[in-house]
Design a protein. Sequence first.
Length: 150
Amino acid sequence: MHVHTDNLNETSPLYMKYPDKFLPEPAYVELDCREDGTLSAEWFPRHSGFPAYYFNKLAVRWYVDAETEGAVIQEMFSTADFLACCQRILNGVDELWDGRNIVGTYSDDANKAIDDAEAIISSLMSIAQKPGTRKRASAIRRRPSRVANW
């Protein structure tokens, strides 16, 4: 398994917000299950479609807060428990031809490992992002505009 961390050296490497948008683009941790497997963290532009390999279940994504610090993700990528879950997923995925595409199928243990990895991500993100330490996009509420009825 290859762990890609080159883009995680900034404070908030997954934060991307277009000037005309209210919220930042979604961020995720991805395990690409093709070949030897690649673990990475990126942001996803809402205006483009999903890549075919993800649509065909050849990758697993866990969505994270876009403001997550790069050091937190690098720490997670070096955690033995998280890497063990990723290896279990890679060991339990099969690439099969469905008559149209090569698609991924996951064993029961791989599905359990996906859930275990999600629990690890959730615990690390909640520890790293203590309430009140920074504004979260989900906590920002827009005031309704008031329009006079003339």
